[in-house]
Design a protein around this ligand. Structure first.
Ligand SMILES: Nc1ncnc2c1ncn2[C@@H]1O[C@H](COP(=O)(O)OP(=O)(O)OP(=O)(O)O)[C@@H](O)[C@H]1O
Length: 878
């Protein structure tokens, strides 16, 4: 190894996973991997081994040794033996192209390094990477080699008991009854004001020559044949093209009907001019046009995130009152507060689900609301309710979620790989074949988190993931979130799990009225409130006079140190980012969802899998029609639809009514809970771009098929002994025509059920409404009571699906003759007591009219359901 540089120990080494920076002095072996209990540097790459690689000094030089199963790669070559680092080296873990990147720089000396053996001379093993980087005994490296992002300054850590300032005047909580007197008042350390910085787009990964220097067109996508290859499953195989305009008059970007869209300065575009300095966003990759080159940045997860003066109002009521905070990449924030304090409201505002009425949410210095279409895929959200179908197996739930989230051109093997990776990362592999409903509460939450992690979001927001879990599971979920934050993501969770708050970097306490009672690190929380336990803090917040908590925090040292100073820095970055609305000449994306058919087929398959997996319910569904048919067979007489038996035919109305109401019940009961019971899943999937029309249509198709099959069974058993009908109004087979009318009545009722399901707030309410609907439908058929003679009632009956179903059936069965309703031209006056209804005449035009009315009601109900769940698109402030 003659090329080894002459180095003498102790050496220092910089490792920069996700932009963070570590320094080691070479006095001991440094282990890299996923297992926080065994390694010094934790990496988030799921393909990395628990213990993946080691670094140590030998012969005065740093040695890199691979001990993994998936490999460590240097310049696309897998290490097969220990390698002496010749100088700065870029290493990838788990995959030569898109495995997690580490940059190893031997020889960068740490100033004022205490000699080995003295306390603080090196990082403590087993401590999370970010915490080590933040520890005060780890001064920042001052020698930053060219081409590397400087690391953020160390996070300030307050040191209770070692005040550096005189006691602050903010001690209102200490004056509350029962407060613990502190000899050392709560005084956070002083933080120097941060200088305004440029917004950081992501990790800088290189430069591409544009068309100006090569051909007139550059194709961008995931496929290896593109000019710019982006390794990201959010990117379509052939995603977009950068064109050099004729005569060299600048550039324009053309979206190639990509699944997740192409954005220029935050706006989704079909075709757009790209001016100097504009940022093209494709998946997690950002390409900035600078001096005829495209600079590439990747959002690898380490993003700042902040809320600035968020307020949410509901009429005169204030649900969230001027809440602000600031987080660094990799921070783990727990949000606490008494019931009704506004925690869920805050989560909805942070995710853009229900935007705040005032204030801003900043993702890496960019306004989340203004750039929602681009950024929504980088924010994972696990709501309070599970976003899972309980009947599906864990692996299947993840597979369908991947199909919906990744472009349709993603190979099955690529999706499978990611699904397996995520399951391995969350410890779900052993449960992969279990139905979600058989998992423990903690495992179910893990599965919900796994679905969100498929797209590698940089920010993960969870609403009470620990609710209903026993303390053991609570801890394991909080440990998991800690690990995810250590992997570089920013994690925010609402929790009541006070036993695990030490796992967090920051705590936000909300007081009733949605006011900030405290924001800061866990060790300072109890001291701020002058209380010994969190339970007492909850009690104090509940009892405090309105506005007291907010005033106690506003202007306190913690407010200055942990909110105002870092938020000020992030806001100045945001202001440096320029206007969010692109100034470029752009054609908006022609179709916001060009892969509608792919979504429809995925949703249809998922819905079918759910129905098949739910064996007991499906069996009951299939048994309903035969049971109703057999009852009709047993109760009704015979030859009631036969024109040759006038005595029996007097009961024809009962047969027709039983068939139509039977189909109405079956159709409506099939669908009336279908949307409402999936509401949390639908809400979440809508936010990631699910087409509501594809969703509704997937329900219509499967439930429609089921309803038609049920109608066939019902009609067959219902008329097998009835000796009719003979000739229909239109078809020669009156029996088949009767089936068509009854089936369409069932479909219309199914559509009505979906409409109700889209509007009600829970499945129980939907079931309560069902009998009311059926009773109204029965009355409006007019078979028992003459509704068509009463003004108002007659018009109202036109909205009843069963009325038109009954009319169509009566028209087919020739009710004029059977029931003597007297609407036939040859029978101008009805028989005494009979009711003439022109919609029941045995004429082709009348039957078509009835069927058209049924079809129109079906379409209106389906459209109504679609309108009720259609996406909000870019969040709108109310
Ligand atoms: N749309 C609304 N209109 C009026 N008040 C509302 C609305 N939504 C929520 N609220 C009220 O706002 C307050 C905050 O609700 P939120 O669900 O955010 O509280 P929370 O802290 O998450 O409560 P919990 O811990 O019980 O889940 C509650 O008093 C709630 O009743």
């Amino acid at each position: 190894m003659s090329q080894q540089p002459e180095q003498t120990a102790p050496l220092t080494l910089q490792i920069l996973p996700d932009g963070s920076e570590r320094v080691f002095d070479g006095s001991r072996r440094v282990v890299i991997g996923r297992d926080s209990n065994q390694v010094d540097v934790i990496v988030s790459e799921p393909r990395a081994s628990r213990v993946h690689a080691a670094l140590y000094v030998s012969g005065g030089a740093w040695i890199l040794e691979d001990v993994s199963s998936q490999g460590t790669f240097v310049q696309n070559t897998r290490l097969t033996q220990p390698m002496t680092l010749p100088g700065p080296v870029v290493v990838r873990l788990g995959h030569p192209v898109d495995g997690q990147e580490l940059r190893l720089v031997p020889g960068a000396r740490r100033p004022n390094l205490p000699p080995p053996g003295q306390p603080g001379h090196q990082a403590q093993p087993g401590q999370p990477a970010q915490h080590q980087a933040a520890a005060p005994q780890q001064p920042a490296v001052q020698q930053t080699p060219p081409g590397f992002q400087p690391s953020p300054p160390p996070r300030p850590v307050a040191q209770p008991g070692h005040p550096q300032q005189p006691p602050a005047p903010h001690q209102q909580w200490a004056q509350q009854p029962g407060a613990i007197p502190h000899q050392t008042p709560y005084v956070p350390q002083h933080v120097p004001a941060q200088q305004p910085q440029q917004p950081r787009l992501g990790e800088y990964t290189g430069v591409y020559q544009t068309a100006a220097n090569a051909s007139t067109k550059l194709r961008i996508g995931r496929d290896a044949t593109n000019d710019i290859v982006l390794h990201d499953l959010q990117v379509s195989r052939f995603h977009a093209e950068l064109h050099l305009r004729p005569g060299g008059r600048g550039f324009e970007i053309v979206d190639l009907r990509s699944h997740n869209g192409t954005f220029v300065d935050g706006n989704r575009v079909g075709r757009s001019e790209v001016r100097e300095g504009a940022v093209i966003a494709i998946g997690r990759h950002l390409l900035r046009l600078r001096n005829g080159q495209l600079e590439e940045f990747v959002d690898t997860g380490s993003v700042t995130f902040s809320a600035a003066n968020l307020s949410v109002l509901a009429g005169p009521k204030v649900l969230l009152d001027d809440v602000s905070f600031a987080l660094e990449g990799g921070d783990f924030l727990a949000v606490l507060g008494p019931t009704g304090a506004g925690k869920s409201t805050l989560m909805k505002a942070l995710t853009g689900n229900r935007p705040a009425d005032r204030g801003a949410v900043l993702y890496n210095g960019r306004d989340l609301y203004a750039n929602y279409a681009e950024l929504r895929n980088r924010v994972g959200y696990v709501p309070q309710d599970d976003i899972l179908h309980p009947q599906l197996k864990v692996r299947d739930a993840l597979r369908y979620a991947a199909r919906l989230r990744f472009p349709p051109d993603t190979a099955a093997a690529e999706r499978e790989h990611r699904v397996e990776e995520v399951m391995a990362e969350l410890g779900l592999t052993e449960r992969a074949e279990l139905a979600v409903e058989k998992l423990s509460g903690g495992q179910r939450k893990r599965t919900s988190v796994a679905i969100e992690l498929l797209t590698r979001p940089s920010l993960l927001i969870l609403d009470e993931p620990t609710s209903g879990l026993d303390p053991g599971y609570e801890k394991s979920v909080m440990d998991l979130l800690r690990r995810l934050a250590d992997g570089g993501r920013t994690v925010i969770t609402v929790t009541h799990s006070i036993q695990s708050l030490d796992r967090c970097d920051r705590i936000l306490f909300l007081a009733p009225g949605g006011q900030t009672a405290f924001f800061g690190p866990p060790p300072e929380t109890l001291q701020f409130f002058s209380r010994g336990t969190y339970a007492e803090v909850f009690q104090d917040l509940d009892r405090a006079a309105p506005g007291f908590a907010k005033n106690a925090f506003a202007g306190s040292p913690a407010d200055h140190q942990y909110v105002r100073a870092p938020l000020g820095a992030q806001l100045s970055k945001a202001n440096g980012a320029g206007p969010a609305v692109a100034q470029q000449a752009a054609t908006p994306a022609a179709n916001a969802n060009p892969h509608w058919a792919h979504q429809l087929s995925t949703l249809f398959r998922r819905f079918s899998s759910v129905v098949i997996a739910d064996r007991r319910n499906t069996l009951m569904l299939f048994m309903q029609a035969p049971i109703l048919g057999l009852l009709m067979l047993a109760v009704l007489g015979s030859n009631d639809l036969s024109t040759t038996d006038p005595v029996a035919a007097k009961k024809a109305g009962s047969v027709l009514l039983a068939l139509v109401l039977g189909a109405t019940y079956l159709g409506a009961s099939n669908s009336i809970r279908e949307i409402v019971k999936e509401r949390p899943i639908l809400t979440r999937e809508r936010a990631i771009g699910l087409s509501p029309s594809a969703y509704v249509l997937s329900k219509v198709l499967l439930l429609g098929l089921l309803t038609i099959a049920q109608a066939a069974v019902l009609v067959f058993l219902g008329i097998v002994r009835q000796g009719g009908p003979g000739h229909g109004s239109v078809l020669s087979s009156g029996q088949f025509e009767l089936f068509l009318g009854v089936a369409l009545a069932g479909l219309a009722a199914m559509a009505l059920g979906l409409l109700i399901s889209a509007f009600v707030s829970n499945a129980d309410k939907a079931l309560t409404i069902l009998p009311v609907i059926l009773f109204a439908e029965f009355l409006f058929t007019g078979s028992a009571f003459p509704v068509n003679k009463t003004p108002g009632l007659a018009q109202a009956s036109y909205l009843a699906t069963a009325k038109w179903g009954y009319s169509a059936a009566a028209s087919t069965a020739d009710a004029d003759v059977l029931l003597g309703t007297g609407c036939n031209d040859t029978m101008p006056e009805p028989l005494p007591g009979a009711k003439c209804d022109a919609t029941q005449a045995h004429k082709a035009g009348v039957w078509w009219g009835d069927m058209t009315a049924l079809s129109a009601l079906t379409v209106v109900c389906i459209a109504g359901a679609w309108l009720a769940i259609r996406p909000v698109g870019q969040p709108k402030r109310k």
